[in-house]
Ligand binder design. Structure first.
Ligand SMILES: [Mg+2]
Length: 251
């Protein structure tokens, strides 16, 4: 079975999850492979980036890696193509929902955060909201206030989840899986034409929409169990190992 594209997450796979300098040698090696793959000059198939990161961050990586496919940003809420510099909302995101989300953002910024100096809004996202704090014990009360406000406004269904240091507020029904299916339809390819790489539970949406899924050694437990192949190394070193697997070659 030929692999036409490799769908890969970014953080925890190509780069460290933490806010630290990258393994430049490893990343550089990956960048050379990606560029050659995009040019059809490498046995490895070319890449589709699929990440929670906002579009400007992804745009920069697409230029470094010569990514020519549409990229999935903000966990599926935004799809971006580099050649025409065109960003658009992913499937299920409507103007009405975006306006409602902006109301929620204004409420968080003007009503909640002035009383919570330990919390800050993450900048740069269009269709998701994230609040960061190193004191996550304050999250339950904040999450409750946000849910009550949205309900009072008659806003769209929201998913309000906490990770270690973030409250993430997303529109219900928007995820990496829906966006992958939309991109696959645009490319005119079945899921069997894709393989995937990811490291966290959100990336199981990649796993469900590809023929073969691999993860680096640092992946979360639930992902390690579901992967078809687990690399012996973490992060980009793991990805470089994964790319030698026959399933990630174009034929
Ligand atoms: Mg990740």
């Amino acid at each position: 079975m030929a692999t036409h594209w490799i769908i890969t997450d970014i953080d925890g796979c190509l780069t460290p999850e933490e806010s630290v300098p990258w393994d430049l040698d490893g990343f550089w090696e990956f960048a050379h492979i990606s560029r050659a793959a995009s040019a059809g000059a490498h046995p490895v198939a070319p890449f589709i980036l699929c990440t929670g990161r906002p579009q400007p961050y992804v745009e920069c990586l697409m230029k470094l890696l010569d990514i020519r496919s549409p990229a999935i940003c903000e966990n599926g809420a935004v799809i971006y193509t580099l050649h025409d510099n065109h960003a658009r909302y992913g499937p299920g995101v409507t103007e009405e929902k975006i306006l409602a989300l902006r109301e929620v953002r204004a409420f968080i910024e003007t009503d909640l955060l002035p009383q919570r100096p330990e919390c800050i809004m993450q900048f740069g996202k269009e269709a998701q909201l994230s609040v960061y704090s190193e004191q996550p014990q304050v999250f339950p009360a904040l999450m409750e206030d946000i849910a009550v406000f949205n309900q009072r406004q008659g806003g769209p269904e929201l998913l309000i989840n906490a990770t270690h240091f973030y409250i993430n507020i997303s529109l219900a029904g928007i995820d990496k899986g829906n966006a992958i299916r939309a991109v696959a339809a645009e490319l005119g390819l079945p899921s069997s034409a894709f393989t995937g790489i990811g490291d966290t539970v959100g990336d199981l949406a990649i796993q469900k929409n590809v023929r073969f899924f691999a993860c680096p050694a640092n992946a979360q437990e639930a992902v390690l169990h579901r992967a078809d192949y687990v690399a012996p190394h973490p992060q980009v070193r793991g990805v470089l190992d994964i790319l030698q697997h026959p399933e990630f070659q174009r034929s």
